[in-house]
Design a protein around this ligand. Structure first.
Ligand code: PEP
Length: 250
């Protein structure tokens, strides 16, 4: 995946099945297939099959799920499992998104279990890491990110690490309109790349590292040009199909 930029859209809790159908039909009109980039949508789980069916033969658009449970099946009311997500058309899954960590209290160990489970069931984990503003201000950003990464991949072997995607999403940049400066983003992407190499060898160079946090039409190009940034994970600015298509053409 690393040889081409990745554009991943996290719809969060927006666009139920009816809206998702209309969104996708519009997006497909705005965005012709491109073989030099990878585009993926992460709709709410309830809209996955609608997006899959509306996508029809546009299989250049990949599908992901925003979360899975850390176990394969069982008495977990309200949860979705990795095999169910795969059955509904997902081929990727967000793991450890900042809202999962900070709103729902997800731990690094849970993120590790989900990463391992996803890899077993044919879903590429997109392991999200990032520090809070307080952690950055205390000079703790690198330590936090290295720990999220180290624990997050500690249940999978080097070959599986080479097949995952990492997203660096500083918590203070998500949905706030503030983005990391190119220098800060590039420095943290370098830390992530070095840590991956130390933990899983040079094969991990195949794992792309995305940047996320208040990416929009105006700043997408600048952020994509930052050294070490292999793609973008976009929340709010992906909710409008025309704007998202423009970002995907960056
Ligand atoms: C996200 O949800 O992963 C995200 C980066 O959101 P936003 O683009 O709205 O900051």
């Amino acid at each position: 995946m690393i040889n081409r930029p990745l554009f991943f859209a996290n719809w969060k809790m927006n666009h139920g099945p009816s809206e998702a159908r209309a969104y996708l039909a519009a997006f497909l009109n705005f965005f012709a297939p491109h073989d030099d980039r990878t585009v993926a949508m992460f709709p709410p789980a309830l809209s996955l099959t609608t997006v899959r069916d509306t996508r029809a033969n546009r299989t250049d658009i990949l599908l992901g799920v925003q979360n899975i449970h850390s176990q394969e099946k069982g008495a977990f009311t309200g949860e979705n499992s990795a095999p169910m997500a795969h059955d509904a058309g997902a081929r990727l899954v967000l793991v450890g998104h900042s809202e999962r960590r900070h709103v729902f209290g997800e731990t690094n160990v849970e993120a590790a279990s989900k990463t391992a489970l996803a890899s077993r069931f044919g879903l590429t984990p997109v392991l999200c890491v990032g520090e809070t503003l307080a952690q950055r201000e205390m000079g703790d950003a690198e330590r936090v990110v290295i720990e999220q990464l180290t624990v997050g991949i500690n249940q999978i072997g080097p070959a599986a690490v080479a097949a995952i995607v990492i997203a660096y999403e500083p918590v203070w940049a998500i949905g706030t309109g503030h983005t990391a400066t190119p220098d800060d983003a590039s420095a943290m992407h370098r830390v992530i790349r070095t840590t991956l190499r130390e933990l899983a060898g040079n094969g991990s160079d195949r794992a792309p590292i995305l940047y996320g946090g208040s990416v929009n039409r105006a700043n997408a190009k600048t952020l994509l040009e930052v050294e070490g940034v292999d793609g973008l994970l976009v929340g709010g600015a992906s909710l409008d199909p025309e704007g998202w298509a423009e970002i995907c053409r960056t």
